[in-house]
Design a protein around this ligand. Structure first.
Ligand SMILES: Cc1cc2nc3c(=O)[nH]c(=O)nc-3n(C[C@H](O)[C@H](O)[C@H](O)COP(=O)(O)OP(=O)(O)OC[C@H]3O[C@@H](n4cnc5c(N)ncnc54)[C@H](O)[C@@H]3O)c2cc1C
Length: 461
């Protein structure tokens, strides 16, 4: 069938102002971008700028999600360095919990979204990172295959920012994609994990919920974890209640998932709900993103009704906060100098160019259907620097969920602990490259590793 050709117009070339010129430009202020900007700025004499399209810093850290991945399968702390310092500062303010070991998710660290936004600002200010919000990186400035900066758009129109090295922490690989780097998307059929619009419920009788779950495994089925685990008044994510979903569906409830997922918030009566789901959404297409957001809003209304009817303790609860945007689990990722695979994860791979380690399981929200599969790494695996460096394009390093990994490997390394660790490594590498005039793919990785070790990053012996 012949596709209908899209109508186009010709946009004439024009002069645009150069707003700034820096050593390292970080695109995207999520967990990876924040750490990248801080790490780059800690390298003496580096001029660093961070640009962010939204009105707050933190990316998915502002969604009410726990930080996953700080502990390894053996219970040891594997994410240290700047990410750990970030969490410790939140903890000092009562805005983060301890890392609780969890049989399903390995470990959970709850954080306060508003506290996170504030601390992010403070850190950027302390280390002299120039922050510019409400600007969208829409294109790259290229010299052959080398990125020399980016084009941003805002209410001021189009402007340029020149940089010696750009760090792409946009989550969607926006910079790499515009620069013409080879990219991958989703699974073998090009379908990504589905997005979710998180929301919180307050007024939950948490004691009643915990006791009901612990006392009645016959009624409240929980995936994988023994029900007794949830009696303790501690951080947790409850995944299961498949019986309740079945019963609700029999009664005509329209629910998008096979199991219920909610997790503790920072307040005793607060639980965050991770249950809306829209399959087949490409978040890089605004029309699809819009449709997804709208569907999630409708789904969440039904999910509230379900929780109040079927889950003990939720009877008098109410929807409190809704995440500022529909969260994207997966979209574009680079094809880098190395593609991290699920075999690397399951075999606890070691790499000479390791820049950190991760241990979180392959946590796959099925791109089709409403279920989820977890597959664990027996201990932890190295993340190689080469997975941060795109093929073909110079002047660019990537971190966060747009790194070079297979669909399954990304389902592990995408969570926020590793994303922060990758950000720190990418920012440090970018600063070293910018200061010494070396391309990212030519960087002496031992120098980077020494610098990361000095910052307290965890490496295996
Ligand atoms: C629903 C959901 C549940 C999840 N659950 C958990 C969980 O419980 N625990 C966990 O640890 N992880 C969880 N994850 C995964 C994790 O949140 C992400 O993979 C992680 O945040 C990735 O970090 P990042 O910095 O790469 O991207 P993001 O957090 O997405 O940050 C990217 C930032 O870049 C900005 N940006 C994007 N494009 C541009 C542009 N062109 N110009 C300027 N700025 C731009 C965005 O506004 C954003 O602030 C979940 C993800 C989702 C979606």
């Amino acid at each position: 069938m012949k596709m209908k050709e899209m109508k186009t117009i010709h946009e004439p070339a024009k002069e645009i102002p150069v707003r700034d010129e820096v050593d390292v430009l970080v695109v995207g202020g999520g967990p990876a971008g924040l750490m990248a900007a801080q790490a780059a700025a800690l390298e003496k004499g580096t001029r660093v700028m961070l640009i962010e399209s939204r009105g707050s810093l933190g990316g998915n850290m502002t969604q009410g999600l726990p930080l996953l991945g700080f502990l390894g399968r053996k219970g040891n702390e594997i994410i240290k360095g700047l990410p750990l310092r970030f969490v410790e500062r939140l903890r000092e303010r009562g805005q983060a919990t301890h890392h609780r070991a969890c049989p399903l998710h390995v470990s959970l660290t709850m954080i306060d979204p508003e506290g996170t936004k504030r601390l992010a600002w403070e850190i950027m200010e302390e280390c002299g990172v120039k922050v510019l919000m409400y600007v969208f990186c829409v294109d790259t400035i290229m010299d052959g295959d080398e990125v020399k900066g980016v084009i941003i758009e805002s209410k001021k129109g189009r402007e340029a920012i020149l940089a010696k090295v750009v760090v792409d922490c946009s989550g969607d690989g926006d910079v790499a994609f515009r620069a013409g780097a080879p990219m991958a998307y989703g699974n073998e059929n090009g379908i990504a994990q589905p997005p979710t619009l998180m929301f919180s419920m307050r007024g939950v009788d948490s004691r009643k919920l915990r006791d009901a779950v612990a006392d009645h495994p016959d009624i409240y089925d929980i995936d994988f974890i023994p029900n007794e685990f949830f009696r303790a008044d501690d951080n947790c994510t409850m995944v299961g209640f498949r019986n309740q979903i079945r019963q609700a569906r029999e009664q005509g409830f329209n629910l998008p998932v096979e199991r219920t997922i909610f997790m503790t918030g920072m307040a005793p009566d607060e639980w965050w709900v991770n249950m809306s789901r829209v399959n087949g959404i490409d978040s890089t297409d605004p029309e699809q993103y819009t449709r997804g957001e709208e569907i999630c809003i409708r789904q969440n209304a039904e999910i509230v009704r379900y929780l109040k009817t079927f889950i003990p303790g939720f009877e008098n609860a109410y929807m409190d906060r809704v995440a500022p945007f529909m969260g994207i689990r997966e979209s574009r990722r680079i094809v880098g100098e190395y593609v991290l695979t699920e075999d690397d994860i399951f075999n606890c791979a070691r790499f000479d160019d390791a820049i950190g380690v991760a241990s979180y399981p392959v946590d796959l929200h099925h791109p089709v259907g409403g279920d989820c599969t977890l597959m664990w790494c027996p201990d932890c695996y190295d993340i190689p620097y080469r997975s941060l460096v795109p093929q073909k394009v110079d002047g660019l390093i990537c971190a966060g969920r747009n790194i070079s990994a297979t669909h399954l490997a990304l389902a592990s390394v995408r969570v926020m602990g590793p994303a922060m660790c990758l950000g720190e490594a990418a920012g440090k590498a970018a600063a070293l490259c910018a200061l010494s005039g070396v391309q990212p793919r030519e960087l002496d990785v031992r120098k980077l590793q020494d610098s990361l070790r000095a910052e307290g990053v965890y490496f295996r012996d």
